[in-house]
Unconditional design. Structure first.
Length: 95
C-alpha cells in the first residue's frame, strides 16, 4: 500500500443539474480530503459541466474516490492522472 501523497488531478464530466457540486464535495468531506484546487465550468458539449479537482493523496485513495464519484447519477465520466509537471518544478527548486 502506497502511503506517500502525491498531487493528482481528477477530471469529471457531469450533467448540468442543481446539487452536483454539493454531492461531489461531500465525497471529499466524508473522507477528510482537502481539495487544493477546484474549477468548474462548461465543457465543449452543451449542457455538460467539467470539474477539474486537484488533491494531494495516494493512488489507492484516488482510485476509491473515482469509483465513488462515478456512482453519482449525474456523472458521465471521471479520469485521474498524476501531475508530473508539478513534481519536476518542485524538485528543480531543491538544486
Amino acid at each position: 500500500m502506497e502511503t506517500d501523497k502525491k498531487e493528482f488531478t481528477i477530471t469529471t464530466y457531469t450533467e448540468n443539474y442543481l446539487g452536483v457540486i454539493s454531492r461531489i464535495n461531500n465525497i471529499f468531506s466524508r473522507r477528510r480530503i482537502v481539495v487544493e484546487n477546484l474549477n468548474v465550468g462548461p465543457c465543449e458539449v452543451k449542457g455538460i459541466k467539467k470539474f477539474i479537482i486537484v488533491i494531494n493523496e495516494n493512488e489507492e485513495a484516488i482510485k476509491k474516490l473515482v469509483n465513488q464519484i462515478e456512482k453519482q447519477v449525474d456523472v458521465l465520466e471521471v479520469h485521474y492522472h498524476r501531475n508530473p509537471c508539478m513534481t519536476v518544478l518542485r524538485n528543480a527548486g531543491n538544486y
